[in-house]
Design a protein around this ligand. Structure first.
Ligand code: ADP
Ligand code: MG
Length: 251
């Protein structure tokens, strides 16, 4: 459950003379695996994530999720962007349960899970707050909760902490590690932050500048559970040196 297979994925925007964003990308993700996709701005990271989410079609190649060809978005793949587009007139609780409500899921089926998720993301005390009353980090917590309440098999996260200040970012990284430990979803996490990629992921895939290709796939063998204290460990710094060397060639 939650397995991803992408083979020979190409994407050209705007016809044959257009922008070639992805060139022959192959990625396989196992159930529950946490993959970070790292690369320079404009290399096609969001394009790849959007194709897996079903928001964009590929120009060539095959993409399947749990063995089924991806054609459109679905509740099996939860998506989290840099800014959580919350409904401003609904409070935190109403935003989190909006998806299952719209889908007609019986309340008894989603309510216990929604309560648990709010607790895991640390927002129980804020369930009646409106989005405008929340900090950026708290809004992203709601975005993560909203994705998780649909019981996705995978979370697709596109620079979810990119707009946050450094301290909030660290606490959100810790939160995501806890959430992932708890719910065991497969994760594709797009970032251009090397530390973030190493801290979170089982594997870091490095993409080249356009047209995007995956040039390295590095297993991050740091033990789990991890915490932000690991950012200073010698093993961490070794991974960072290896990735920085590769990225210098890529830019
Ligand atoms: P990243 O997320 O790595 O910064 P993107 O996937 O957003 O990169 O973009 C990859 C390339 O494709 C960029 O050159 C971008 O300008 C181009 N691109 C992305 N979306 C579109 C689109 N809808 N139409 C045309 N070009 C696009
Ligand atoms: Mg992007």
């Amino acid at each position: 459950m939650g397995t991803v297979s992408m083979t020979g994925v190409c994407k050209v925007f705007g016809g044959t003379q257009g922008v070639r964003a992805l060139d022959n990308v192959d990625v396989q993700l196992a159930e529950g695996e946490f993959m970070a996709l790292l690369g320079p701005s404009g290399c096609g990271k969001s394009t790849l994530l959007n194709i897996l989410a079903g928001f964009e079609g590929q120009s060539a190649g095959a993409i399947s999720f749990d063995g089924k060809s991806v054609r459109r978005p679905g509740p099996d793949r939860g998506v989290v962007f840099q800014e959580a587009a919350l409904l401003p007139w609904l409070n935190v609780w109403q935003n989190v349960i909006f998806g299952p409500q719209v889908q007609g899921v019986p309340r008894a089926d989603y309510e216990p899970r929604a309560i648990e998720i709010l607790r895991v993301v640390g927002l129980e005390a804020f369930h009646k707050s409106l989005p405008v009353q929340l900090s950026g980090g708290m809004r992203q917590r709601v975005g993560i909760a909203r994705a998780l309440v649909m019981q996705p098999k995978a979370l697709l996260m596109d620079e979810p902490f990119g707009a946050l200040d450094a301290q909030t970012r660290l606490s959100m990284q810790q939160l995501l590690l806890d959430v992932w430990q708890r719910f065991k979803t497969t994760v594709m996490f797009v970032t251009h932050d090397i530390d973030e990629a190493i801290l979170l992921a089982d594997r870091v895939c490095i993409m080249t500048a356009r047209p995007g290709r995956i040039v390295r796939d590095i297993p991050i063998t740091l033990p789990r559970p991890r915490s932000i204290d690991d950012l200073l460990s010698p093993d961490f710094v070794r991974f960072k040196a290896e990735i920085m060397a590769e990225m210098r060639g890529v830019h």
